[in-house]
Design a protein around this ligand. Sequence first.
Ligand code: 13P
Length: 247
Amino acid sequence: MKKKLIAGNWKMNGSLATNESLLRAMLAGVGQATCRVAVAVPSVYLAQCQALLAGSVMELAAQDIAAHEAGAYTGEIAGSMLREFGVRYAIVGHSERRQYHGESDETVAAKAQRALGCGITPIVCVGETLAEREAGKTVEVVKRQLAAVIHANGHCVSEIVVAYEPVWAIGTGKTASPEQAQQVHAVLRAQLRAASANADRIALLYGGSMNPGNAKALLSQPDIDGGLIGGAALKAADFLTIIAAAA
Ligand code: 13P
């Protein structure tokens, strides 16, 4: 059985002081986690967090990656730069980037491709808004978002991680029920199987108000291979409880 992946997304939170105390508390409790564990930190703190996590089971992730290799792209951070700081995963297409930075399915696909080209595993986020869910468009939306990534990445698609994050569940305290999440994960799994003979090795994460109270039920679903955690990843005790639920 493949190991589950629990990834924390700190979003735009933290400081030198709080990062250090948070990571030290997590490292003290994580022990020999039987799942994979990663934290996606703001880019300016990659060096600090790389040093704090050195030699531990916890891996480093970036929250975004440039779609280009290098050059005149003010403000962007290239995959090659992220690699220099030991970055193992990069989130791409988070709904906050799609919403506030106008990232299209094609941009997200290009970012996933750049990540793979640099030896970084993209965590590709897909998910519907509340309006889309209420209009019965959930499957159509997530399949369209994933199709762009499959199209751009061909057989390499078996190297990605996918995170289903219903937009209406992010930061709202409203979680998709385990059954609702599983339904969408099964759709995504079938789409990946149709695209790659190695689809079963792809981790499908759920994200959206995952917390210590609901993690176990979500993580026990057959097609839920881990979690992408926002708010609860900023509290060591909560994050550690979710890691334990994934064991
Ligand atoms: P919350 O866990 O705070 O809902 O955030 C989920 C998320 O967006 C992770 O990327």
